[in-house]
Design a protein around this ligand. Structure first.
Ligand code: HMH
Length: 222
């Protein structure tokens, strides 16, 4: 029998919070097809701002991977693929925004978004260990992957005009990418000190909380 990996342990231990982040009412409303389209537009504009802030964060994790010794070339390649996907994602946001009549240059980041972006910035510090940063990276991507894959399961009826959004994060390739990030995180955690493991777990929880707050924006939160 294989040993239980750290991310598995945490996903079990923090199940309720994880489910809160991946089965949020906003996601349920997409899945059930009763989403209010003004909520979707709010999410779209806010997420564009988030993704722009996410790029330098990913670059900082990539840079930390380059400084590591063992296995770092695999890690760098996985993250470089992620960077390429982000390039495509930004183009998609622009196209989608014009389709929905959302003016991206006018978006004012809401409080929860500002807090999340500030959290990303704090993780970019050179003092933050690679293990902690990659754990956050994995968790951020995994929440979106799980959430949108949930909207594509059999028996769901997301509105046709939101299919592309669900596919973007719910597709199988994105799922494999998240698994690759998770593997890197688990490998790092396996050799980490107790102190770093604790920091990574706290960071994982903060990501889940920020994700819930972020979804809340589209439901009239601030
Ligand atoms: C808020 N979390 C948020 N936005 C995203 N685009 C992702 C995660 C996944 O990249």
């Amino acid at each position: 029998m294989g040993k239980t990996l750290m991310t598995e342990t945490w996903l079990r231990k923090h199940r309720l919070l994880y489910v809160g982040a991946t089965r949020h009412p906003f996601i349920r409303s997409i899945r059930d097809g009763n989403i209010d389209l003004s909520s979707f537009k709010t999410w779209l504009g806010q997420d564009y701002v988030f993704v722009r802030a996410f790029v330098p964060f990913v670059a900082s994790v990539l840079s930390k991977a380059c400084k590591g010794s063992d296995n770092s070339s695999n890690d760098v390649e996985v993250m470089l693929g992620g960077m390429a996907a982000l390039n495509d994602e930004i183009a998609w946001f622009k196209k989608e925004a014009s389709k929905w009549g959302v003016q991206l240059s006018d978006i004012v980041p809401q409080k929860a978004n500002q807090n999340y972006c500030r959290f990303l910035e704090s993780l970019m510090s050179p003092e933050v260990e690679y293990t902690v940063a990659i754990t956050a990276f994995w968790a951020i991507e995994a929440v979106y992957q799980e959430s949108f894959a949930h909207c594509l399961e059999d028996g769901t009826k997301p509105p046709p005009e939101l299919q592309e959004t669900c596919q973007r994060w719910g597709n199988e390739g994105f799922g494999q990418y998240c698994n690759a990030l998770r593997k890197i995180a688990d490998r790092q955690l396996e050799k980490a000190s107790d102190d770093v493991i604790t920091k990574a777990e706290v960071t994982f929880l903060r990501v889940l909380e920020h994700e819930v707050d972020f979804w809340n924006i589209s439901h009239g939160g601030t």
